[in-house]
Design a protein around this ligand. Structure first.
Ligand SMILES: NC(=O)c1ccc[n+]([C@@H]2O[C@H](COP(=O)([O-])OP(=O)(O)OC[C@H]3O[C@@H](n4cnc5c(N)ncnc54)[C@H](O)[C@@H]3O)[C@@H](O)[C@H]2O)c1
Length: 322
């Protein structure tokens, strides 16, 4: 059995590939990735020499490259590849439309041509815009993309659902909330905040920092993706989240709090994991200033067995309900 993963050298895709190879070592996993600035083969060093893993460098927007790489009767296409950074999409949207919209259509056409059995499309909860107060998205939330990135992902979802309606393609869509975990490119909020804090540099906060996002650990997300791939109903949309809605400010407080704990001096009863006095002083000063208490809400509220796939709805339902 072969699965074809796009964008497998990125943050979430690489976690999915590593997990899959470990879990199903006899399956062939083809990682089709353009290796843009966001793709990093180091993410896959643990599986690079595994006999069932193959890396093919290619562009999802190039139909002939995709058709050359995609085997006939492939078990599944798992489509992660995307331009994924909201801020970049605000600076320039063209590449987002090309990769996220055109690239998805190229893959859908190739999947039909190669008689692929299943198409898993990875979308985002950002198609619903911002979470208001403490309410999470659900299956009937209206689509309200608020950035070019989110708009391009919304368009891609529609193309996938159109392929289900028009051609009977066996597809499932997942909408995932913000992921955190290892190997994320350092332009994203969490790694950027952590590396800036460790180097004593200021952490950028947009506006008042009160925008609410739900957070899920990347390994929990990929576990849910496997479940949806194996058991999801064709034409359904599944929301995957950690049930951890936090404002950006809360997230940053958590990070500073945790780094403060790491730097706690030895005489406080805890060992100093990184004995860098200048850094510790800066972090403590920052914490005192902002009256931050040590927190680990992100970890505490994401136990490994929490309910990840919260909602689904069938194609067509949303249109009737709006
Ligand atoms: N990171 C999150 O928090 C999050 C949340 C919800 C949904 N998503 C979605 O999950 C998917 C993966 O996100 P990520 O954070 O791992 O992204 P990422 O930016 O870390 O990785 C994207 C990968 O796609 C590859 N790629 C880009 N353009 C390509 C092209 N034209 N052809 C082939 N490969 C190409 C890149 O080289 C990279 O390896 C995306 O579809 C994203 O929209 C991400």
């Amino acid at each position: 059995m072969a699965i074809f993963v796009t964008g497998g050298a990125g943050f979430i895709g690489s976690q999915f590939v590593r997990d899959w190879v470990e879990r199903y070592p006899s399956n062939t996993v083809i990682n089709f990735d353009k290796l843009t600035y966001a793709g990093n083969l180091e993410n896959l060093s643990s599986v690079a020499s595994h006999p069932s893993y193959r890396m093919i460098r290619g562009d999802i927007c190039d139909a002939s490259e995709v058709l050359r790489a995609l085997p006939q009767n492939c078990e599944a296409v798992v489509h992660f590849a995307a331009e994924s950074h909201v801020d970049r999409s605000i600076l320039s949207a063209t590449e987002f439309v090309r990769t996220n919209v055109l690239g998805t259509q190229v893959l859908l056409d190739a999947a039909r041509a190669r008689n692929v059995r299943r198409f898993l499309h990875i979308s985002t909860d950002e198609v619903g815009g911002s979470i208001e107060e403490d309410r999470l998205f659900h299956e009937n939330s209206p689509l309200a993309p608020s950035s070019p990135y989110a708009a391009s992902k919304t368009a891609a979802e529609h193309l996938v659902l159109a392929a289900v309606h028009t051609f009977g393609l066996n597809s499932v869509v997942t909408r995932t909330s913000n992921n955190y975990g290892p190997w994320q490119f350092p332009e994203k909020l969490l790694p950027l905040a952590i590396s800036n804090a460790m180097e004593g540099r200021p952490i950028p906060v947009y506006g008042d920092g009160l925008q609410i996002r739900d957070w899920v650990h990347v390994a929990n997300n990929t576990r849910a993706l496997r479940l949806v791939l194996e058991k999801g109903r064709p034409g359904a949309i599944y929301h995957i989240g950690g049930r951890t809605p936090l404002t950006n400010r809360e997230v940053l407080r958590t990070i500073l709090g945790s780094l403060g704990q790491i730097c706690r001096p030895a005489d406080s009863g805890r060992r100093s994991a990184r004995p860098r006095p200048a850094l510790c002083r800066r972090l403590f000063a920052h914490r005192m200033e902002a009256r931050l208490a040590p927190q680990d809400r992100l970890c505490r509220r994401n136990p490994p067995d929490n309910r990840l796939v919260s909602h689904e709805h069938r194609v067509g339902q949303q249109r009737e309900e709006r």
